[in-house]
Design a protein around this ligand. Structure first.
Ligand SMILES: NC(=O)c1ccc[n+]([C@@H]2O[C@H](COP(=O)([O-])OP(=O)(O)OC[C@H]3O[C@@H](n4cnc5c(N)ncnc54)[C@H](OP(=O)(O)O)[C@@H]3O)[C@@H](O)[C@H]2O)c1
Length: 250
């Protein structure tokens, strides 16, 4: 079948593309780099012709909650309207485990608005909530540049490899039954600070990781395990050390 991967050049999206191609699907990548701006809608209608399923792995991280909410809600609205015009049968939308348990965090508020817009239809949607990626510590290290120092928030995570998650998203996308929201997590818990330090080591970098306590109820929830998966989560490997020994570390 033809699958469109919105954000198919990103950390998660590229593995969705890889897994879908390995299964013999015809894959269309929706990203500004491939000439499709999902937020403005430029190029979207043409790119969705003949597409049966859209997997949404889009992302925007900025300091402003309104900009992030506008992005996720606007892009989702465009996927729904262009998707229903093009006869798209269903969408799979990637979100994050525990975002409803963390008060006052702008990015997570935007992701909740994203989920709500996705579930509003008209195209039937399965939301897949994943835990932080094994790559997440590296993404933070790359975003926060204070010379040799890197400030990393203290939080409990149970990271999932983006590669395995990509495979899981293709399995969900291939199921013609649109199921309820589901959670996907890695097999082992680790602190984000510890994961960042190990990532620095494996990269051969000399950056010094400084733990930061996010203040108030937001930070307390993150430190107390609100981002960990529930009992029914699908658990997929590898664990942090096996992943850190793999070529996927960047
Ligand atoms: N990172 C984590 O630990 C984690 C954990 C669980 C869930 N998630 C969720 O997973 C999703 C993907 O995250 P990620 O870290 O893989 O993202 P990412 O690496 O930042 O990739 C974002 C993708 O979105 C595309 N994009 C951005 N703006 C676009 C636009 N206007 N039109 C079309 N494409 C656009 C980018 O391509 P162009 O720049 O070429 O447009 C890129 O392909 C997010 O929804 C995030 O909340 C992340």
């Amino acid at each position: 079948m033809r699958i469109a991967v919105a954000g198919g050049t990103g950390v998660a999206g590229r593995y969705v593309v890889e897994a879908a191609e390995a299964d013999g699907h015809d894959v269309v990548v929706l990203s500004r780099g491939t000439g499709v701006d999902v937020r403005t809608g430029v190029g979207l209608a043409g790119a969705l012709q003949g597409v049966e399923v859209v997997v949404d792995t889009l992302n925007l991280v900025t300091g402003k909650r309104s900009a992030m909410t506008d992005f996720f809600v606007g892009a989702t609205g465009n996927l729904h309207s262009a998707g229903s015009d093009a006869g798209v049968a269903r969408m799979v939308v990637l979100s994050i485990v525990g975002i409803d348990r963390i008060p006052g965090f702008a990015y997570y508020r935007a992701k909740l608005a994203h989920e709500e817009a996705a579930l509003a239809g008209p195209v039937p949607v399965t939301v897949v909530r994943a835990t932080q990626f094994q790559e997440f510590a590296g993404q933070i290290l790359d975003r926060i540049r204070l010379g040799p120092l890197a400030t990393v928030p203290s939080m409990r995570i149970r990271p999932v490899a983006a590669r395995t998650l990509g495979r899981t998203l293709v399995e969900v996308a291939s199921d013609p039954v649109v199921g309820p929201m589901r959670e996907v997590a890695g097999p082992e818990e680790i602190g984000l600070v510890a994961m960042a330090r190990r990532t620095v080591q494996v990269r051969g970098s000399h950056r010094v990781v400084l733990p930061v306590r996010i203040p108030g109820a937001t930070g307390a929830a993150m430190r107390n395990g609100a981002l960990l998966p529930g009992d029914g989560a699908l658990i997929v490997g590898p664990g942090p050390e096996e992943w850190l020994a793999s070529p996927d570390v960047r």
